[in-house]
Design a binder for this molecule. Sequence first.
Ligand SMILES: [Zn+2]
Length: 72
Amino acid sequence: MTKKCIYCNSEIHDDRALDVCNQCGVGVWGEKMFNAILKNMGEANEKGDLCNSNLSMSEPPSKFGNNRISFG
Ligand SMILES: [Zn+2]
């Protein structure tokens, strides 16, 4: 299965976890950062950690701190 770069739609022939070609990746993040991202994502992919993101969408209800009534 051939992957395509999400930026320029060119084909990616290696099995990287990121659907971004080298040219666009370096253009977006810079060479060092892009290499680090590829490395990190590769490791996460091997461990199967990509699906275990702990994003909590729930926020505590807003408090009525501004509406305090002072007795007194
Ligand atoms: Zn590209």
